[in-house]
Ligand binder design. Structure first.
Ligand SMILES: NC(=O)c1ccc[n+]([C@@H]2O[C@H](COP(=O)([O-])OP(=O)(O)OC[C@H]3O[C@@H](n4cnc5c(N)ncnc54)[C@H](O)[C@@H]3O)[C@@H](O)[C@H]2O)c1
Length: 434
């Protein structure tokens, strides 16, 4: 047994026999430390670092960032509470370490699928930030890699592990607001401008070439990173894929959606803020889903106004479910209210979200003490699917007919071409068969 493995104080219950058997066969017991590598400890990645450092059941062996200042800061943060991890700038060195059981991937979106696929194929469990993929095709290849590797992949949509959200979804699924026909998700907040810039030299602490990775090489500019890459087509998915995807994910969960929409459209653009951002500041999507064997369809609607100095229906980011007997309105970081006929308030709950239960659910899955990941790749793909189809529809100004099983847009050749991205020739991280 590795010297890094220590006995856990906590009692672990509810073993999922099959998976535990697999772990034991691999020489791991539920009392072992889980050894982690953290890839991309930037804004969100440092939230993970701080949360993980509160735990006694994980060892942080390596931190990896293409920005040496960020990697150094993450290592120092870890060193406040435990041995300083080794610092890497090439994620392949983390994946090559046989001691590492699992990686957290909190890079920009364009690296999510390439890094996850490499990690799964290297035998690591993966916790990857949302949206799980930068485009439809890469999402499918991630799901294939999960299947092929037998490893676990948890998507960083931590709402799925929030107890107050779980209660609301259970009430909806148990029919407390009747049959839910429509769900809505929204992102209403005021975002700043990223201005306009010209290409310039990257700072010496940044390996910009590796930051771009398998995406087409573009010149560095100061309003491309950090953080603001999410507003550029090559690297992010816009705010619908940033804050919006949390609420879309919860909305789809309540609506009990099991596939991509069969028809959808989206209008949007930069209606207010004029700067270098490529994605819409104003965006409205409507998706139509099949409803099992029944003829009645279901809808999921998404609204985004990134220039709003006020909340919508009481919540900056939220989801609502419209049932035949009532309505449930939720702020995914604050709470929810349930109303029945004539807007009678019949239940409400406040709450807050933390990363801890979502991390715990991932680690319980690895140890085999939980049989279900709260945000598995299937959930991740459906929420990311709305994001990608909506962005495609907005750019093409089209109503998309979708073959959900084949993940193809059947009525629009140019739109269908956008389920894939362009890559840098022969880059080591370009997924195979993409
Ligand atoms: N779950 C949540 O609530 C939540 C909140 C915020 C952000 N996020 C997600 O977290 C991810 C990161 O967002 P952010 O705002 O922290 O971005 P960021 O730009 O601040 O951080 C990304 C980090 O990844 C590093 N990086 C890039 N390529 C790398 C590579 N190949 N190897 C190692 N490091 C690499 C960058 O240098 C940077 O330090 C995004 O996917 C975002 O959607 C999730």
């Amino acid at each position: 047994m590795s010297t890094r493995r220590r006995f856990l104080q906590s009692t672990l219950v509810g073993a999922a026999a099959a998976y535990t058997g697999k772990l034991r066969a691999a020489g791991r017991s539920s009392s072992d430390q889980i050894v982690l590598g953290l890839i991309g400890p930037g804004g969100m990645g440092m939230n993970h670092v701080r949360e993980l450092c509160k735990r006694t059941d994980v060892t942080i062996a390596a931190v990896c960032d293409v920005d040496s200042q960020r990697a150094g800061a993450a290592a120092e943060e870890v060193a406040k509470s435990r041995p300083k991890p080794r610092i890497e700038s090439d994620l392949r060195k983390v994946l090559d370490d046989p001691e590492i059981d699992a990686v957290f991937i909190a890079t920009p979106d364009h690296w999510h699928a390439p890094a996850s696929i490499l990690a799964l194929d290297a035998g690591k469990h993966v916790y990857v930030e949302k949206p799980c993929c930068h485009n439809i095709r890469e999402g499918r290849l991630m799901a294939d890699a999960v299947e092929r590797s037998g490893k676990l992949l948890q998507v960083g949509t931590q709402s799925r592990s929030g107890d107050f959200i779980q209660e609301a979804i259970q009430r909806i699924h148990e029919g407390e607001i009747g049959e839910v026909i429509v769900a809505k998700a929204w992102n209403s907040q005021r975002r700043g401008s990223i201005g306009r810039t010209q290409p310039s030299d990257p700072p010496s602490n940044l390996d910009f070439d590796t930051w771009v990775g398998p995406a087409p090489l573009v010149p560095y500019r100061t309003n491309l990173l950090h953080g603001v890459w999410r507003w550029w087509y090559d690297f992010g998915c816009g705010d619908i894929g940033n804050d919006g995807v949390h609420d879309i994910d919860v909305a789809l969960w309540g609506l009990n959606v099991k596939s991509h929409p069969e028809r959808m459209t989206c209008l949007g653009g930069r209606y207010v803020v004029e700067d270098d951002q490529q994605f819409p500041d104003t965006q409205y999507a409507v998706c139509e889903y099949p409803n099992g064997d029944q003829n009645r369809k279901r809808q999921m609607i998404f609204e985004q106004r990134d220039w709003s100095p006020y909340t919508q229906e009481g919540y900056e980011n939220g989801s609502a479910w419209y049932g035949t007997k009532g309505l449930l309105v939720m702020g995914h970081v604050t709470g929810w209210k349930m109303f029945r006929e004539r807007n009678e308030l019949v239940a409400e709950r406040t709450g807050s979200l933390s990363l801890e239960p979502h991390h715990t659910n991932f680690f319980d899955g690895i140890r085999g003490t939980s049989s279900k990941l709260n945000a598995d790749i299937q959930a991740g793909l459906l929420a990311a699917g709305v994001v990608h189809f909506a962005n495609i529809a907005a750019r093409q100004r089209a109503v998309l007919e979708i073959n959900a099983a084949a993940e193809q847009i059947t009525n629009h050749v140019e739109a269908n071409a956008m389920i894939r991205r362009k890559y840098r020739d022969s880059h080591w991280a370009v997924p195979k068969n993409v």
